[in-house]
Each structure stands twice: as structure tokens, then as C-alpha cells.
Design a protein around this ligand. Structure first.
Ligand SMILES: C[S@@+](CC[C@H](N)C(=O)[O-])C[C@H]1O[C@@H](n2cnc3c(N)ncnc32)[C@H](O)[C@@H]1O
Length: 243
């Protein structure tokens, strides 16, 4: 693994060779480019479609189980727009493949007077020890990851036993009905190959309480499941660590 660290930015970077290929590279480039406009355009869309950003985000954030003072990880946190809706008394960690999105996130954190540890890394290779987090969730990228199954395994590995893992992304309705039609980025979604389906097939055997449902008028889905008690997650190896 080749490791690049960015010391100056307050964002820890750990990218392995091979992670910036295929879809990961394609979408990382796209998010780097749209990072400065991501929030403004989203906010307008959420207001129009759902009556506001809070109304949109609470449809899935209400699924999270966050213990008092718990250690929380958002995989693919982007510009951190879920953070304001999380309790303040938590140990918050956000990871994303786009440094552009993370830099905007860092600015947001200052504006919101919140703190979070930020990591520039891939969802498929999380730079954390096994069983570190009380809450693990992901919003908005897994449909097009290079390796969604690996990302799910990684979320399980870093979650403590009995943790509910929550995964959210767009449905085919939103991908083909809206994303494909957005100027400049639409083409990236048009050549995505197969139709989006809720990735229940990525949840490995042994996970409990697997639930999948559409939310936001069928435009998004929530997939959730629980890591079994006392089995220490499903991972097999311990990775390079930020504690
Ligand atoms: C639609 S945005 C969602 C951002 C944020 N979660 C939200 O709810 O606003 C998707 C994010 O997934 C990130 N992403 C894409 N592929 C990734 C990967 N393989 N590993 C980690 N993050 C990835 C993108 O850089 C982008 O920030």
C-alpha cells in the first residue's frame, strides 16, 4: 500500500494503490469538481422536493442509534452535511475519497463550531482498528463504489458488536429520473451499466435484523442491519490505525 499523508490540512490522508481506479476515480474527480457548489445546489433541491434539508436528512438519520458520547463514523461524509443533525456530545469521525469535499467539510465544521476527525481514504479500506465505533453509517455513494461488498465488510469490521449499520443511497428512480439529466454530471450516471437496486445482497451472512425500504417518496433507500452481539464484527485483519 502506498500512503500519502497530508499533514497541513488537518485531514489525514491514506489512499492505497489501486483505490483510485474505475468508478472510484470517476466519482472522486466529479466530487472534487462540484465540491464548491454541492451544498447550494443540494439545499435548493431539498427545499423544492422535501420541504427543506432537515426534512430530507431526518428521514434516514432518524434510523441511527447513537449512544450518549458515542464514537460515530460517517463513511463518505462529503461536505459533512449530516453532521449538524447529529448530537453534539459525540466523538465524530468522517471519511471520504474526495479531498475537495473534505476541505469544504472542514470549513463547514468551523462555521458550525463543531469538531470531527476527517480522513481522506476509501470506503473499501477503512483506516481504523476493528470494533472501534458505536455508530457507523453511509449516505450517498455505495451504488457506484468499485467494490460495495468490501465497503460493507469494512463498515462491519470497524463497528462494535451489536451496532446497527445504516446505509442510504439513491434509488433507480432518482438516478435515471434526475441525476442523468443534471448538466455536466449527468453523463457519469448515464454510463453506469446496470440499474440501481437496494444492495441487500452485499450484506454478509450472519448479520441480524436486515431491513430495506424506500424513503423520500421512493427516491432514496435505507438498508440497515445489526452486527451480532459478542462476535466482534466480521473482519479478519486489523488495519493501519487512527485512534
Ligand atoms: C452524494 S455524496 C454524499 C455526501 C454526504 N454523505 C451527504 O449525505 O451529503 C457521495 C460522497 O461519496 C464519496 N465517495 C465516492 N466514492 C467513494 C469511495 N469509494 N470511498 C469513500 N467515499 C466515496 C464522494 O466523494 C462523495 O463525497
Amino acid at each position: 500500500m502506498s500512503v500519502r499523508t497530508e499533514q497541513t490540512s488537518g485531514i489525514r490522508s491514506l489512499i492505497a494503490n489501486g483505490e483510485e481506479t474505475g468508478n472510484n476515480e470517476k466519482y472522486r474527480r466529479m466530487y472534487d469538481r462540484i465540491a464548491p457548489f454541492y451544498n447550494l445546489s443540494n439545499k435548493a433541491y431539498f427545499r423544492l422536493k422535501f420541504g427543506g434539508e432537515a426534512a430530507y436528512r431526518m428521514q434516514f438519520l432518524s434510523e441511527l442509534e447513537i449512544p450518549d458520547g458515542g464514537r460515530v463514523l460517517e463513511v463518505s461524509c462529503g461536505t459533512g452535511d449530516n453532521f449538524p443533525y447529529l448530537p453534539r456530545n459525540i466523538d465524530l469521525h468522517g471519511l471520504d475519497l474526495s479531498l475537495g469535499m473534505l476541505k469544504v467539510c472542514r470549513r463547514h465544521l468551523r462555521k458550525w463550531k463543531r469538531s470531527a476527525s476527517l480522513y481522506h481514504a476509501s470506503a473499501e479500506c477503512l483506516p481504523f482498528e476493528d470494533e472501534m465505533f458505536d455508530t457507523v453509517f453511509h449516505v450517498g455513494g455505495i451504488n457506484f463504489f468499485n467494490d460495495g461488498a468490501k465497503a460493507v465488510q469494512e463498515m462491519i469490521r470497524v463497528a462494535k458488536s451489536d451496532t446497527k449499520i445504516v446505509i442510504v443511497d439513491e434509488t433507480e428512480k432518482l438516478a435515471s429520473g434526475t441525476y442523468e439529466k443534471i448538466p455536466f454530471v449527468g453523463s457519469r450516471f448515464k454510463d453506469r451499466g446496470s440499474e440501481v437496486r437496494i444492495p441487500v445482497h452485499l450484506v454478509p451472512e450472519g448479520m441480524e435484523n436486515i431491513e430495506a425500504k424506500e424513503i423520500c417518496g421512493g427516491l432514496m433507500y435505507v438498508l440497515s442491519f445489526r452486527v451480532p452481539k459478542n462476535e466482534g464484527g466480521a473482519g479478519t485483519e486489523t488495519k493501519t490505525v487512527y485512534k
